[in-house]
Design a protein around this ligand. Structure first.
Ligand SMILES: Cc1ncc(COP(=O)(O)O)c(C=O)c1O
Length: 372
């Protein structure tokens, strides 16, 4: 047998990230027309790329023979205006998931720990292992993040805590009061990454002013993305904001051209596009109501969401339902990889897309229940 490559055991133990199934993959497997496939698996924006971003991206393409501005000056300056923070608090990532990885690289080393709640975005675990550190996964309270238990799990080896609000896959939020009381109890030498990938979907009256907390807590990094409400998932652009040392530390190891020219332009073009964000928000609220009503009428338990996806309990037949939906050209997210094998996660689409999914679910459920 050929000798194995020399590689760290901590890399070999990593379970690769399982993304939502790509449309093109299902089209190849089933011989479907990709245009007929409905993907409600990765919490993407069904309204598409905003016009403001399209125009800016199109104008930037002809400059793509030149390396990007590695300091992303124009984008940072738009983000700085939008959120009222100094430019040197901002760090740009190739998607916010790259920022999670860079934060781990900047702060971890073998033997150290990260802490986060059960029901988490698996990138936190992968990035922790990739640095030879140990993820400490704190049991949730029901489906809620147990902040008190997270505080108790922090020890002298803890370097990073990941908090996600709204959380993926539950769709549940943390209140500002609870986040502040948590930050008060975390040692200032431990970084708290507040992952707010879905913050623009939270009902306006319930939103947390995370940016307003940054000055008081230099160990807090707020992570945001252009992939969800802004509709730029395929461009790959996210950003972190932190008043402390972290942006400077990350910039030491960040690949110099990690965010490409066209993505930077698209993101700068739409970061203050309130009209688009408002349409997205309104459409999502309606879609949430439409889907939650359908789940209730079908007698399915779900977690009331504050985001653009919903976690629904199907039972033992969840995997069979997933297969049946795939055969109808509908991709949702099975949740076994979140430790919830009897649940599925469905992204909120347009009214028409939600209806197509609900129809298919209604037709497939009797067979799935019979097999439960
Ligand atoms: C909780 C959470 N954080 C971060 C991300 C990463 O988004 P991106 O890398 O596209 O910015 C996702 C993507 O699904 C997510 O669910």
């Amino acid at each position: 047998m050929a000798e194995q490559l020399r590689a760290p055991a901590f890399i070999r133990q990593i379970e690769p990230y399982r993304a939502g199934k790509p449309i093109t993959e299902l089209a190849r497997e089933k011989g479907f027309d990709p245009k007929r496939i409905l993907k409600l698996a990765s919490n993407e924006n069904p309204l598409g790329v905003p016009e403001s971003a399209r125009k800016a991206a199109a104008a930037a393409i002809s400059g793509a023979n030149i390396y990007p501005d590695g300091n992303a000056y124009a984008l940072k300056s738009e983000i700085s205006k939008r959120f009222g923070v100094p430019m040197d608090w901002i760090v740009i990532g190739n998607g916010s998931d790259e920022l999670m990885g860079l934060t781990c690289q900047a702060l971890l080393e073998p033997g150290m720990k990260t802490v986060f709640s059960q029901y988490y975005f698996s990138v936190y675990e992968i990035d922790t292992h990739a640095c030879g550190s140990t993820p400490v996964i704190v049991p949730a309270k029901g489906f809620e993040i147990d902040l008190d238990a997270i505080v108790r799990a922090i020890d002298e080896k803890t370097r990073i805590v990941f908090l996600t609000t709204p959380n993926n896959p539950t769709g549940l939020t943390l209140s500002e009061k609870d986040v502040v009381s948590f930050l008060e109890r975390v040692p200032p030498s431990v970084t708290v990454v507040l992952d707010e990938a879905y913050c623009d979907f939270v009902p306006k009256e319930e939103r947390l002013d995370s940016i307003g907390l940054l000055e008081r807590y230099p160990n807090l990094m707020v992570a945001r993305t252009f992939s969800k409400a802004y509709g730029l998932a395929g461009f790959r652009c996210g950003f972190g904001i932190c008043a402390g040392e972290l942006p400077e530390l990350i910039n030491r190891i960040r690949p110099p051209f990690n965010c490409n020219t066209v993505a930077q332009a698209a993101a700068a073009g739409c970061v203050s596009d309130d009209a688009f964000l408002e349409r997205v928000y309104e459409m999502n609220l309606k879609g949430v109501a439409q889907l939650e009503e359908a789940f209730s009428s079908l007698g399915l338990r779900f977690i009331p969401t504050k985001s653009n996806f919903i976690l629904v309990e199907i039972g033992k037949g969840a995997a069979a339902l997933n297969e049946a939906l795939l055969s109808r050209g509908i991709i949702i997210r099975p949740c076994a990889s979140f430790g919830l094998p009897e649940w599925i996660r469905v992204s909120v689409g347009t009214g028409e897309q939600n209806e197509r999914f609900i129809e298919a679910l209604r037709e497939e459920l009797p067979a799935v229940r019979a097999g439960n």
